[in-house]
Design a protein around this ligand. Sequence first.
Ligand SMILES: Nc1ncnc2c1ncn2[C@@H]1O[C@H](COP(=O)(O)OP(=O)(O)OP(=O)(O)O)[C@@H](O)[C@H]1O
Ligand SMILES: [Mg+2]
Length: 237
Amino acid sequence: MKKVTVIISAKGGSGGSFLTAGLGIALAGRKKSVLVIDCVSGMRSIDFMLGVSDRLVFDVGDALAQNCHTENAVYQSDLADGLYVMPAPQENTGVSPDVFRDMLETLNYDYILLDCHAGDLAYGLSSHFQTVINAEATPLSVRCGNRVLLECKKNRCRDIRLVINRFSEKEFFGNDFFDDLDAVIDQVGARLLGIVPEDSELSLAFQKSQPVKNKSKAIFALDRIAARLDGMDIPLF
Ligand SMILES: Nc1ncnc2c1ncn2[C@@H]1O[C@H](COP(=O)(O)OP(=O)(O)OP(=O)(O)O)[C@@H](O)[C@H]1O
Ligand SMILES: [Mg+2]
C-alpha cells in the first residue's frame, strides 16, 4: 500500500528539499519504490538534486493537464535503485489539491514524497496525508513552523510531525535562542520525527547531483527517519 508524505518547508531555505531528496534516497535504500514529486511550481529543485534535470521532457503540470501519460513525467534517478522523480513545472501554475490527489491515486509506488512550500496545495494535501514540517532550530524558522502547523490543523490534518534540519549543537547552544530542544518542539507544536545535522558534504553532493561516498551523521539521521516512516520502532537518537 503506498504511503504519501507531504513535506512542508517552514521557511525558505530551511532544507525542505534537502530533507525530501535525502529521505527519498534513504527509503529507496530500504528496497522500497519511492517517487519524489516536486510541488514547487516555477522553482523546481528536486530534479537537479536527484540527477535527472538533463533529460526532462514532461513535468507534473503536463501529467495533471493530461498532456502526457502520468508515467511519462516520471524519471528514474541514478542516485538509488527504485528512486523516481516527477519534476515541477518551470512556470508557476496553480494546482487544485483535489486534482493532485486524484493523480496520486493512480500512481503505484511504496512511498510518495511531496516537496511542498507552505500554501494552498500543501495545506489541501496535508488534510489527507501524513505531513512533515521541516524547520531549523532558529526563532524565525520555529515561528514559521508553528504557522504551518496551525494552517495544517485548520485543514484538519491529524498526522503532523516535525523534522529539525540543519542542526548544529555548537550553534544551537552558542546562540542561546532556546533552553533546549524541547523548547523548539513545544514552540512549533508538532511531535518530533527526527533531527538532521548540518552536513556540507551532502549539501554539495546535491548541488552536483552526485551520490556521497561516505555515510555522514546526516545520512544516518535520514536513514533513521526513513526507518521510522517505514514503520520501524527506532528511538529518536
Ligand atoms: N542538513 C543540511 N546540512 C547542510 N546543508 C543543508 C542542510 N539542509 C539544507 N541544506 C542546504 O541549505 C540550502 C537550502 O536547502 P533547501 O533548498 O533544501 O531548502 P528549502 O527549504 O527547500 O528552500 P526553498 O524555500 O528554496 O524551497 C541548500 O543549499 C541545501 O543544500
Ligand atoms: Mg525547496
